[in-house]
Design a protein around this ligand. Structure first.
Ligand SMILES: *Cc1c(COP(=O)(O)O)cnc(C)c1O
Length: 374
């Protein structure tokens, strides 16, 4: 079976985790989290706060910059984590449509949905593509909005000459099992805004003021103050140990993901009825490989056919504004019409070029170049 995605971990990560268990014996938040945070900070040249998931990173970042009842513009095509983080922070998600060429937020629709309650925009760097950032940055300047990027897909991607995370308001990364790098579970908030950084540092440790410094020295606070809400969202040394090794291996993951996506792009270009996303794989570290099927292809039948041939596929994502809990958040007709056409093909660093040839051959067996189902 060719998996859609998978954790790519090895003896190296296992060895580092066992060092934490056997040699150090402190599994909570301590020196490994400090080291991982420092490495990420050096990489992006920014302040970093590590937490236990990407969802927690979003929750804290949003809580840091909005008040209860504030509106946040968010694309409907995203993982439901993005929406749940907004409501967890007491804010209101305003669903925005996506651009059909990239499946990233449609700024014309975002503009139309701005009101005096709009405080922030939460763009998702879909599939890792950071190109839309240049127009998003102009948009947030123009409307004076806070900008929290859901960069869960985009670790290591570039926008022009800038690494994602190095320039812009606030970035949230995920290091869950299948992301560009993993900690097992984990996430990070990246920003230059010291108020945001300090809030997130304290809020990840139940709001306990200055507990981070103590924990990095192997101590903790016994008498302390709490001035705002907090959660138990800190990262553990076990997870950071995995992340430290993944960072060392990242360059090879990056090259592999780019090669595989380029090959998909090249091979699938011959099926003219399939729409490929406009993504520059020189700049992007692709987390997923998604495409749009022709309207006449019954996606679920194709997925079934591929599965019977040993190929697992996915759909990124079910439009959030169609979920019961978020059904009042705004109309997104483009997202709705694109959804039945969305298909994600397997992509992870353990695949080889033959796998991509095999997958594309199978797609071609099902759909010919004219879009006729065989
Ligand atoms: C993975 C992901 C998240 C959430 O990250 P977790 O670490 O799984 O909590 C949020 N948004 C998007 C787009 C994601 O892919």
């Amino acid at each position: 079976m060719i998996r859609l995605s998978k954790s790519v971990v090895s003896e190296l990560e296992a060895k580092r985790v066992s060092e934490v268990i056997i040699e150090d014996g402190y599994l909570g938040m301590g020196k490994d989290v400090n080291a991982f945070e420092q490495k990420l900070s050096d990489y992006m040249n920014r302040r970093v706060v590590c937490v236990n998931s990407g969802t927690a990173a979003l929750h804290l970042a949003i809580t840091a910059v909005v008040e209860r009842g504030d509106h946040i513009l968010v694309p409907s095509i995203t993982y439901v984590a993005t929406y749940q983080a907004i409501v967890a922070a007491g804010a209101i998600p305003i669903s925005v449509d996506v651009d059909a060429a990239t499946l990233s937020i449609d700024l014309a629709d975002a503009e139309a949905k701005i009101t005096d309650k709009t405080k922030a925009i939460l763009p998702v760097l879909y599939a890792g593509n950071a190109k839309p950032m240049s127009s998003i940055e102009l948009f947030v300047d123009r409307y004076q909005l806070r900008c929290i990027y859901d960069a869960a897909h985009a670790f290591g991607s570039m926008e022009g000459n800038n690494l994602v995370g190095s320039k812009g308001d606030i970035f949230c990364f995920s290091f869950d099992g299948i992301k560009n790098i993993t900690c097992g579970e984990g996430g990070a908030i990246v920003s230059s805004d010291l108020d945001v950084i300090t809030f997130c540092q304290n809020a990840r440790l139940l709001g306990i003021t200055n507990d981070t410094d103590k924990r990095y020295k192997g101590q903790r606070s016994w008498s302390f103050d709490v001035t705002h809400i907090g959660y138990r969202y800190h990262m553990s040394n076990l997870n950071a140990a995995i992340g430290l090794v993944q960072l060392e291996r990242f360059e090879s993951f990056k090259i592999k993901r780019q090669q595989l996506a380029n090959l998909y792009h090249q091979l699938l270009s011959s099926i003219s009825c399939i729409s490929l996303l406009e993504i520059d794989y020189e700049q992007t570290v692709p987390h997923i490989f998604s495409l749009l099927l022709p309207v006449n292809v019954e996606r679920e039948l194709l997925r079934q056919f591929l599965l019977e041939n040993g190929i697992e596929t996915g759909v990124h994502y079910f439009p959030n504004h169609l979920l019961s809990f978020f059904s009042e958040t705004g109309d997104c007709p483009v997202s709705e019409s694109l959804f039945p056409r969305m298909l994600s093909l397997p992509l992870h660093p353990e695949l080889v070029e033959e796998d991509i040839h095999f997958i594309v051959e199978n797609v071609k067996q099902y759909i010919n170049a004219e879009g006729e189902v065989a």
